[in-house]
Design a protein. Structure first.
Length: 146
């Protein structure tokens, strides 16, 4: 597996275009670091909703983020549209580890890369819930990194 800085778009089977907003920028004129985490969450949740692994408002299970990490390599500014790329590194009994990278338009090296871990839980009890075989198959088909 390459170092995060050496990842390329082709290493990720799923991506979502996201536009920066004026309010995303900090006093230094670039998108603030906390926004990158929001983009990670948006890409993962969009993927899960598109594939009907979760849905709102009555999905019996939902994913709770229990860990996230990001390394920053290049600034993103307003106005820019970036691609938030996703792949799955591991599917456990109740958890999924996603690897992500953010790519600027026309650039094949990431501006940032990181990971995001979901634990799937019962919506009502918030207790861990097994990932069912159908959802596991969808995730493996859509964005497995193996």
């Amino acid at each position: 597996m390459p170092e995060p800085r050496d990842e390329r778009r082709a290493d990720f089977p799923y991506s979502l275009a996201v536009s920066s907003r004026w309010q995303d920028c900090d006093a230094y004129g670039h998108v603030n670091n906390v926004v990158y985490y929001s983009w990670f969450d948006t890409a993962v949740t969009t993927l899960l909703m598109q594939q009907r692994v979760i849905w709102l408002p009555d999905s019996p299970t939902i994913g709770l983020c229990v860990e996230s990490h990001c390394r920053f390599f290049a600034p993103i500014e307003f106005p820019e549209t970036v691609d938030v790329a996703v792949r799955i590194a591991r599917i456990g009994e109740t958890s999924v580890r996603y690897e992500l990278a953010i790519f600027r338009e026309g650039v094949d090296a990431p501006a940032a890369a990181g990971h995001f871990v979901h634990v799937m839980v019962d919506r009502a009890t918030r207790r861990p819930a097994p990932i069912n075989d159908a959802h596991r198959a969808v995730l493996q088909r859509v964005c497995w990194s193996a």
